[in-house]
Design a protein around this ligand. Structure first.
Ligand SMILES: [Zn+2]
Length: 57
């Protein structure tokens, strides 16, 4: 079990089900998180620095 570094929400996942470098989304704040360590389970927020403009209205 880990916590979102952004909003402190509990990220419900087993630490043997994820791998380092795996990405997931926080269900609370929608932040993109990356697994930086699995023992102990540690997450960091992935910063989207180059956003692609896919929604060009
Ligand atoms: Zn969050």
């Amino acid at each position: 079990m880990a916590h979102c570094p952004e909003c402190e929400a509990v990220i419900d996942m087993e630490d043997d089900e994820v791998e380092e470098g795996e990405k997931l989304d926080c269900h609370e704040c929608g932040a993109e998180l990356e697994v930086v360590s699995t023992n102990p389970l540690e997450l960091r927020v992935v910063l989207d620095e180059d956003e692609e403009e896919e929604e060009d209205w």
